[in-house]
Design a protein around this ligand. Structure first.
Ligand code: OOB
Length: 529
């Protein structure tokens, strides 16, 4: 297995194989069947482009050949930072076929994140757009190349400058053995609680199981169409069943640049979209604008997850949109718990449903680490056939992030109901959930402490009517009063992604402390309200 990834213990691997979860299917197989039997059907669709299954399959093969010719090999890490588009999917499938491991960065990431991902994974290649949202990613690549010696190739979707155009990387397909199903297929980014983003190894066997099962449970097959309105590089839109699940069954993966109504509603109508994924923060906008677009969403199922959702909003949204709403609790680490489209509305609106797998082992524990009685609030621990056993190259962090018997400590507070359903009640991990975008407080604090006017800082989640939460930096200043704009500018300078910049700043003389001497973030949050 990829060095730095943590395998499941043999007896669990055996059990998951015997139960029929790990079937030996790999992500290199995506597209193969539909390309053969229904090659003319659309595989990837955007407002302006349409690529058939036969075309995408041939594209992925040629791209795989081109990457091989460049010298990329099985096991190589490739940091991929592309927006939603056909080339993103062609590239992913090409990398799967090569056995190279995509590291899925988000388009919003900047030097701090991309530089770290390339260095930490020892990536041999980085794939970027040319210019996106007025940001020149080639500039970023220049800086990363200067500091990461292993990085031999920068491939650019668009105008390459001194780098290589992704479009040029096509050659005769090569005959390769295909990846080992127990091998790492991709590295996903964790929402993160630490100073640096953590990477989650997902194997071919475990991710294929997730694609297959979420599609089946959601009643999604070749007769449907999946819309990615969130970044397809995020697990929620990638594989639940998401764009990869669509390619697996031969349905169109419809790609939008964002959940903006003027793009998604026309696409839903034109392509007959039956399934999509949305963070709760976007529901009000869709509810407001659906009538303007005269959107008929009666055949649409929306998976809503990633952040807390008020049950009343869930019910109102379903009625206003005329769609079927399913609540989702998910994580790049693995576990998915969700309501199914055929379950009663009350259940779909008020719970996060049941886990994907009969072999997902869920526990809710108190501060003493013991299970709390059924229905009471505790920290969720999880173990199962598609939940990681360790972050990539993070031995020290893994010692505390997992129990000795392999349960992942999620940092989320839940109630596990006697009927097997789950309700999310909050969290204990130090994260700001900004409309579904997760910001590690520790990461932002570490950067802010480098500012000359900052003596100490605590980044805290505070309620926000639109996003659910936003970030507030409580700062003890050295001398001089730093302004919010100054601190945001400083973090941008240091190459931090825009969504991680604090939304508000409060200067304080000192922090409140808990009895054990930790900064009392709950008290800070309360002082803000
Ligand atoms: C999804 O994945 P991530 O990796 O961006 O974030 C995972 C974390 C969870 O640990 C939890 O803190 C939070 O996001 N979360 C929720 C939630 N669903 C996720 N918090 C409250 N209520 C919910 N329903 O966010 C993700 C991955 C796959 C599918 C859906 C969401």
């Amino acid at each position: 297995m990829l060095t730095g990834a943590v395998p499941w213990p043999a007896e669990f691997a055996e059990r998951y194989r015997r139960a029929g979860y790990w079937t030996g299917e790999t992500l290199a197989d995506l597209l193969r069947e539909p390309a053969r039997t229904a090659g003319d059907r659309p595989a990837v669709v955007t407002l302006r482009q349409r690529v058939s299954y036969a075309e995408l399959d041939a594209w992925a093969d040629e791209l795989c050949g081109g990457l091989w010719r460049l010298g990329l090999r099985a096991g190589d890490r490739v940091v991929v930072q592309l927006p939603n588009g056909p080339d993103f999917l062609a590239l992913l499938v090409a990398l799967f076929r090569l056995g190279a491991v995509p590291v899925l960065a988000l388009p919003a990431h900047r030097l701090a994140e991309i530089g770290y991902l390339c260095a930490h994974t020892g990536a041999t290649a980085l794939v970027i757009p040319d210019v996106l949202a007025r940001f020149d990613h080639r500039e970023l690549a220049r800086e990363v190349s200067a500091t990461v010696p292993e990085l031999r190739h920068v491939l650019v979707a668009g105008a390459p400058g001194e780098f290589t155009a992704l479009a040029q990387v096509r050659a005769e397909p090569v005959d390769l053995p295909g990846p080992d199903p127990d091998e790492v297929a991709l590295l996903l980014l964790s929402g993160g609680t630490t100073g640096r983003p953590k990477l989650i190894p997902r194997t071919h066997n475990d991710y294929a199981y997730q694609l297959r099962t979420t599609a089946a449970e959601m009643g999604f097959d070749a007769s449907g169409a999946y819309l990615a309105a969130l970044p397809a590089a995020h697990n929620a839109a990638l594989g639940c069943p998401g764009v990869l699940g669509a390619l697996r069954v031969g349905a169109p993966a419809v790609l939008a640049a964002s959940p903006s109504p003027d793009e998604v509603f026309p696409l839903i109508a034109r392509e007959g979209v039956t399934l999509t994924t949305l963070m709760p923060a976007f529901l009000p906008l869709w509810m407001e604008t659906a009538p303007i677009f005269q959107a008929d969403l009666s055949k649409l199922t929306v998976e809503v997850g990633g952040a807390a959702l008020d049950p009343r909003l869930a019910a109102r949204a379903e009625e206003a949109l005329g769609c079927t709403l399913t609540r989702w609790f998910g994580m790049a680490e693995g576990l998915l718990s969700f309501t199914r489209p055929d379950e009663p509305a009350q259940f779909r609106h008020t719970t996060e449903g049941r886990p994907m797998s009969a072999d997902d082992e869920l526990r809710a524990v108190g501060e003493d680490g013991r299970d709390v009685p059924a229905g009471e609030v505790g920290e969720l621990l999880v173990r199962g056939p598609y939940t990681l056993r360790g972050y990539y190259r993070a031995e020290e962090h893994n010692r505390t992030a997992f129990t000795s018997d392999g349960f992942y400590r999620t940092g989320d507070l839940v109630r596990l109901l006697p009927d097997g359903a789950m309700v999310v009640e909050g969290r204990i991990k130090d994260v700001v959930n900004r409309g579904g975008e997760k910001v590690s407080a520790v990461e932002v604090e570490e950067h802010l402490r480098a500012h000359p006017k900052v003596a100490d800082v605590a980044v805290v989640a505070v309620p926000d009517p639109g996003l659910g939460e936003r970030s507030c930096a409580f700062v003890v200043a050295t001398d001089g009063e730093p302004a919010l704009s100054e601190l945001r500018g400083f973090l941008t300078e240091r190459g931090l992604a825009g969504y991680k910049l604090p939304d508000a700043l409060i200067l304080v003389e000192d922090f409140p402390y808990t009895p054990v001497g930790k900064v009392d973030k709950a008290a800070l949050r309360a002082s803000h309200e």
